[in-house]
Design a protein. Structure first.
Length: 296
């Protein structure tokens, strides 16, 4: 426990906000949102919930699928980002959309846009009592995912980085799968680990706001936020048993993400990656980038 956490008693979590960025995810978004809704239903009945699906310049059927999935889910809303960078909130019929603009050009700006939306919807609750969850549209979460995050928050964690297992690995070459497992295993230490995945990340809203949120530009926004929280002295937890399942696809929606790493492991000239760190290494071995040091 840090000195910061010792000075201020931990307030109970009374609201949960979830952010899901999505771009052309028509094949995966239904499984993602169905699993997420099931997990949120496992929370205590007195915990308020808000969900924001951030639709980023979609050119497929993702927006229509999301609209159908959210039609009977009043706690959830879709936010559409156009090619011009303007975001419009999808609301109930007859409600005027709320114009907004992402604060940068990276995935971090999209996650932050969603975070601001759910915080707006949960404005009746103090920031210290709101837990912000982040996952991805090609990811499914287990039923105990949201409750597990809240248990760790109750134990004093200001942020939680869980693990991500690969789903649909049949297309991966044997060597690529072996190299990826080696990367993951080097970051495991008993019941904790040193990895950070935007697909399985939670943070208390007051801590998120205090450090400026996700870095808005470039890749590695999840690691960037984690470094900001660590530098500020917040209590961080990285349990191996808080898991999600994410796609093992080789072509993702963000540059330099998990798909890029898996794709690189298929290249003969990158076989050295099983001896070195991946593009996004375990967090305590990564030097802060210029992006990570910038304020939002």
């Amino acid at each position: 426990m840090t000195a910061l956490a010792e000075l201020v008693p931990e307030p109970p979590v009374e609201a949960v906000g979830v952010v899901v960025p999505a771009r052309d995810e028509q094949d995966r978004i239904a499984a993602c949102l169905t699993s997420l809704r099931r997990s949120l239903r496992a929370l205590p009945g007195d915990v308020a919930v808000a969900v924001a699906v951030v639709l980023d310049r979609c050119s497929d059927a993702t927006p229509d699928l999301v609209a159908a999935l959210l039609a009977d889910w009043p706690e959830a809303v879709a936010v559409t980002v156009t090619a011009l960078g303007v975001a419009l909130q999808r609301t109930a019929p007859g409600v005027a959309p709320l114009p907004r603009r992402p604060r940068g050009t990276g995935v971090g700006a999209l996650r932050d846009l969603g975070a601001r939306e759910v915080l707006h919807r949960l404005a009746a609750h103090p920031a210290a009592g709101i837990w912000l969850l982040s996952t991805d549209a090609d990811t499914t979460v287990p039923p105990d995912w949201a409750p597990a995050h809240l248990r760790l928050a109750a134990d004093g964690a200001h942020a939680v980085a869980g693990t991500a297992e690969l789903a649909g690995v049949e297309h991966l070459a044997a060597d690529a799968a072996r190299r990826y497992r080696a990367i993951v295993e080097r970051g495991l230490h008993g019941d904790t680990h040193r990895h950070v995945y935007g697909a399985n990340l939670g943070v208390r809203a007051d801590a998120y706001l205090a450090v400026g949120g996700f870095p808005p530009d470039g890749a590695g926004e999840d690691h960037g936020l984690w470094r900001r929280l660590r530098a500020a002295g917040y209590t961080l937890a990285q349990p191996v048993d808080v898991r999600v399942r994410t796609s093992a696809r080789l072509h993702g929606r963000a540059d330099d993400g998990l798909a890029g790493l898996l794709r690189s492991l298929h290249r003969p000239d990158t076989s050295h990656r099983d001896r070195h760190q991946p593009p996004h290494p375990p967090i305590d071995s990564a030097a802060p980038s210029a992006t990570a040091r910038r304020a939002v």
